[in-house]
Ligand binder design. Structure first.
Ligand SMILES: Nc1ncnc2c1ncn2[C@@H]1O[C@H](COP(=O)(O)OP(=O)(O)OP(=O)(O)O)[C@@H](O)[C@H]1O
Ligand SMILES: [Mn+2]
Length: 587
């Protein structure tokens, strides 16, 4: 009994600890009230029980009487009498306490499920209504997936299990594979684009023409500098100038010269100071350069050809520094320009990290058995000796992302992504269960008008290309309101599986059947012209730590492109011939 009680109290402790980690401030207050009421209520119940027991010692502990023998139901009657004798107030209190205990338990279970192990404590802006939990079996996503898998020649779905273990992959299969010339040029989609440019087919349900797209019309497009009435000073750094030029509809203009200048600054300027970034799940460093310039550093953990471990969930995958670099280039090539510039650099861990940092992180440095200089920092994932970041012997490669403007200059708003995953190993997210999930999103602000839903479609395409399943939240600049672009931040978990195309990342597009004319035009341009992989490979050659991507990841881009175009074509066909398609689906 004693052990059991102890176990229960341990469990309670660990649950209270879990609550502390995952709750939102409102829920925190609510839960702590409930938890304290568990304690006070259970204290009250104990006092009540002790009182009852002491009165029982007086009245109940006696030799059995003939009366007792006559009635087998006496104890029950006594309990009933005791209950009856209880004051109404006491009975009410008992009922309330039982309810509170149940409610708290439900809340704890719900929170653990909701926040999984990622532990994000961001306010849930733009919440999406929860509707039915039933899979009606006809969702575009499920249906496309079914067809896709049926058609699959095995290169997409099965090879993920054939991935070599990380240590075995090095040096293998690195020859560039030229994809066979595309047989399918998606001419029907091209025709629609042409018609829209000619001012026809402008009410298309799937492809949103430029003149209806706020990202193209841009009635206003002020910069942060204009909004804040600030101009860069004479000795302003390139980054400061860049930050003031960030506009409502894009981070930087097409061909912006400051991008190259920032990349050069971050990869060559001397490092003044380093500190660990608070928050986030994996280790990141804030790098200080002269003139107030800052970068976010993610360290290299393993070689380019090491893939996500087959038994790792997306949320327990390591971050890849090269994924950040590649994603920046890809974002730019696709014409989004919503990712901050990122560059690679090799650091001397002694002079450029150890000597210029202070505090707790210093205590985590050590020399490994292989005589390499290592450290692990402090964070909630992989910050221990077993997962240390090691130099060779003290040279360490990493990615350097240009710092976003400080919150004093431009505060950001964090939004919960409507298609976020459950971050729980057994639980599914709402969008995976509800076939008409997009209808719910479409009618919920800010997705019911303007550019936001189209931005999420772009993000879904971008993430599907890179294989990034970790899009739990996204951010916008507050000062621009809702009609502004969504930042493409945190691509650390992209480019993890070269031989697997994760169709669920495309769920927003598949469920909404909605895409920008301009985005489709770019996709078709690369599909029918010089391939996306070639353009990306070329763009990344300029990086100091090139080659950035393992060739199979580049090949995957061209393959995934076909899947996206196929999905859009299917949406178009469905919109144009709804009846015929329904019949086909049944057959
Ligand atoms: N270039 C940047 N400049 C300044 N802040 C940034 C930059 N990139 C990301 N951040 C901020 O740092 C936070 C953590 O970054 P990031 O998401 O890359 O790390 P993470 O460890 O993967 O976090 P999480 O586990 O929450 O996904 C982001 O939420 C963002 O607000
Ligand atoms: Mn992340």
């Amino acid at each position: 009994m004693f052990t059991k009680l102890n176990l229960t109290s341990n469990l309670m402790h660990s649950r209270v600890f879990e609550i502390k980690r995952y709750q939102t401030p409102y829920k925190k207050e609510c839960i702590s009230n409930s938890v304290s009421s568990i304690y006070s209520v259970s204290g009250w119940v104990r006092a009540r029980w002790l009182h009852w027991r002491s009165s029982c010692v007086r009245d109940c502990k006696r030799s059995p009487t003939p009366e007792d023998a006559r009635s087998a139901t006496t104890p029950r009657r006594q309990t009933a009498r005791t209950m009856f004798n209880m004051k109404l107030k006491e009975r009410l209190a008992l009922a309330v306490s039982a309810f509170l205990i149940l409610f708290t338990l439900m809340l704890i279970v719900d929170l653990q499920m909701d926040y999984g192990i990622s532990g994000h404590r961001v306010p849930l802006h733009g919440r999406v209504k929860i509707v039915d939990d039933v899979d009606k079996g006809n969702s575009a996503y499920i249906e496309f997936r079914k067809r896709f898998l049926q058609r699959s020649n095995g290169s997409n779905s099965s090879r993920e299990f054939e991935q070599s273990a990380p240590s075995e992959t090095s040096g293998l299969d690195t020859e560039p594979r030229t994809p066979s010339p595309p047989a399918d040029r998606f001419e029907h989609l091209q025709r629609i684009l042409l018609l829209q440019i000619q001012g026809k087919s402008v009410d298309h349900a799937v492809i949103i023409p430029p003149h209806k797209d706020l990202n193209v019309i841009r009635p206003e497009n002020p910069t942060i500098g204009e909004m804040e009435d600030l101009e860069p000073s004479l000795n302003a750094s390139n980054l400061e100038k860049f930050q003031l030029k960030i506009a409502q509809h894009e981070l930087y203009e097409d061909g912006e010269k400051l991008v190259e200048a920032i990349l050069k600054d971050m990869s060559t300027t001397s490092i003044l100071h380093v500190e660990q970034k608070e928050g986030g799940t994996q280790l990141k460093l804030i790098i200080d350069y002269p003139n107030g310039v800052q970068a976010l550093f993610k360290p290299m953990r393993f070689a380019r050809d090491v893939q996500t471990l087959p038994n790792h969930f997306y949320f327990s995958d390591y971050e890849r520094h090269n994924a950040e670099i590649a994603a920046f280039h890809l974002d730019r090539i696709l014409g989004f320009r919503r990712a901050m510039p990122v560059v690679g650099r090799v650091l001397n861990m002694t002079t450029e990290i150890y000597d210029v940092t202070e505090g707790d992180i210093l205590k985590t440095f050590f020399v490994s058995p292989a005589n390499n200089f290592c450290f692990h920092g402090k964070c909630s994932y992989y910050c221990d000796t077993g997962h240390a970041i090691c130099g060779n012997p003290d040279m360490l490669e990493g990615s350097f992302a240009a710092f976003l403007p400080s919150s004093d200059l431009a505060e950001r708003k964090v939004w919960r992504h409507p298609w976020r995953r459950s971050y729980h190993k057994r639980r599914k997210a709402q969008w995976e269960l509800q076939s008409d999930y997009c209808d719910t999103v479409r009618t919920t602000p800010p997705y019911d008008s303007g550019r936001r839903l189209l931005d999420l479609m772009d993000m879904s395409i971008f993430d599907f290309l890179t294989g990034n399943m970790d899009r739990h939240h996204y951010e916008t600049f507050k000062m621009f309101g809702n009609e502004t672009f969504t930042l493409h931040l945190d691509q650390g978990r992209a480019f993890g599986k070269a031989f697997h195309d994760e169709l669920s990342i495309l769920a927003p597009l598949l469920q909404c059947c909605f895409v920008r004319h301009t985005t489709l035009a770019v996709l078709l341009k690369y599909h029918n012209g010089v391939s996306l992989s070639s353009i990306l490979r070329e763009s990344m050659k300029a990086d100091p730590v090139s080659p950035i991507l393992w060739e199979p990841h580049l090949t995957a881009l061209d393959r995934r492109m076909v899947t996206i175009l196929d999905a859009i074509r299917k949406c178009v066909e469905k919109a144009e011939n709804p009846l015929e398609n329904e019949l086909n689906d049944i057959v």
